[in-house]
Each structure stands twice: as structure tokens, then as C-alpha cells.
Design a protein around this ligand. Structure first.
Ligand SMILES: O=C(O)c1ccccc1N[C@@H]1O[C@H](COP(=O)(O)O)[C@@H](O)[C@H]1O
Length: 214
């Protein structure tokens, strides 16, 4: 089974081109102002418009966003999927209101934290951010991958947090993640994506197949 790859927090055309050319499955834009990867909806739309060729599916990342913020974003940039940092109840309401697939980010410290609801379109499984962090993700922190190894989730999910080109093969082997998501691990500085690191991340993730769970 091919491991799905999402490259999140793109801020420039070079990163977008590297992710697209290397056949990422999804690219993400961060619509959260306190992130070093923040882009405005207009900036995201301009990046997409200036790209030549096919694009991966486009994910918009929102943290505790109001309906108005999501509506204003969607009026400017076409998104395929909404990735939310919010409660399951709010995620369900946003899915119903906007009619787009919703992935809910889920902070996991132990197996008890793993999601059980099946009514969303997917989950991003990542570590809980430290108490003093200014954002709930994108902190380059890993969770214990072995927690996920025997998890038979009845819905799509991806592993995130602290992944990079050097550890991605080990992370997939240890967690059996069907898909992976990276942001800070393919950057030379916060918010500065490295095309080389993006290519290496995707190459190394694709060289490692998650075992077929069936
Ligand atoms: O990338 C950010 O700045 C960000 C801000 C707010 C919420 C989530 C954010 N990023 C997401 O966090 C995970 C893990 O990121 P990392 O690879 O450890 O840097 C991933 O889903 C990012 O898209």
C-alpha cells in the first residue's frame, strides 16, 4: 500500500512546485495567524494560480476558526479538505455547514486518546503541544509511534508531528501509518520550506510501504 504524503505549511512557489513534482497527495496552507507558516487566503490563491501543472489536493488548516473565517477563506481560495484544530462537535458542524471533507487533528498521549467517532473524513494523529507553545501543531515534536502500531482504525488517518526526511522511514515502520504529514521537518527555518527536504521526505516515505492491514 502506497503511503500517502501531505506537505503542510507551504508559503512559496518553490515549495509548492517541489511537493507537486514529487507527487505529494496533499498540500496544506495554514490559515492561523500565530503560525510562522501563516498565509492569507489571497496569498494561497495566488500561489495556486501561479503554479503550472497538476496540483495535489489542497488542505486548509484552521485553528478554532469561526464560520465567518472559513467562509471568507473559501470565497477566495478553493480548498478540497478542511483540517481543523477544534472539538469533534464543532468539526461536525463545520462539515455540515460547508459540505467539504473534514480532517480533525487529534492530540494523542496514550492509546486512550485515539479517536473513535467515524463520522468525520479522517484524523491527523499528533502529539499534544507543550503548554507554553503558541500553536497546537507545527512544533516539530514526535509522539511515541509504537502507540499506533496495532491500532485498527475504521477511518482514514495520518501521522504528524516531528517527522523529517531522516526519520520518516522509521516512523512508518513503527506506527504502520497509512499516510504522513510534515511541516517543520522540511524547513531550514520556521516557515522556510526546503525543496530538497520536501523531495527527500517524499522519496523516503514512498520507499517505505505501510503494511497492508487487511
Ligand atoms: O504548521 C503550523 O505552524 C501549525 C500551526 C497550527 C496548527 C498546526 C500546525 N501545523 C501542523 O502540525 C502538524 C505537525 O507539524 P510538524 O511537522 O511537527 O511541524 C502538521 O499537521 C502540521 O500541518
Amino acid at each position: 500500500m502506497k503511503t500517502g504524503v501531505k506537505i503542510c505549511g507551504l508559503t512559496d512557489g518553490a515549495g509548492l512546485k517541489a511537493a507537486s513534482d514529487a507527487a505529494a497527495d496533499w498540500i496544506g496552507f495554514v490559515f492561523f495567524e500565530r503560525s510562522p507558516r501563516f498565509v492569507t487566503p489571497t496569498e494561497a490563491a495566488e500561489l495556486i494560480a501561479s503554479h503550472e501543472g497538476a496540483l495535489p489536493k489542497i488542505v486548509g488548516l484552521f485553528v478554532k476558526a469561526s464560520d465567518a473565517q472559513i467562509a471568507e477563506t473559501l470565497a477566495t481560495v478553493k480548498l478540497d479538505i478542511l483540517q481543523l484544530y477544534d472539538t469533534p462537535e464543532r468539526a461536525r458542524a463545520i462539515k455540515a455547514r460547508f459540505g467539504l471533507p473534514v480532517w480533525l487533528s487529534c492530540a494523542v498521549e496514550s492509546q486512550d486518546d485515539l479517536p473513535k467517532d467515524t463520522d468525520l473524513d479522517g484524523y491527523v494523529i499528533e502529539p499534544r503541544a507543550p503548554g507554553n507553545a503558541s500553536r497546537p501543531g507545527g512544533n516539530g515534536i514526535s509522539l511515541d509511534w509504537a502507540l499506533l502500531r496495532n491500532w485498527h482504525a475504521p477511518f482514514p488517518w495520518m501521522l504528524a508531528g516531528g517527522l523529517n526526511p531522516d526519520n520518516i522511514a522509521q516512523a512508518i515502520a513503527a506506527s504502520h501509518a497509512p499516510a504522513v504529514d510534515v511541516s517543520s521537518g522540511v524547513e531550514t527555518a520556521p516557515g522556510c520550506k526546503s525543496p530538497d527536504m520536501i523531495r527527500n521526505f517524499i522519496k523516503n516515505a514512498r520507499g517505505t510501504c505501510a503494511p497492508d492491514r487487511n
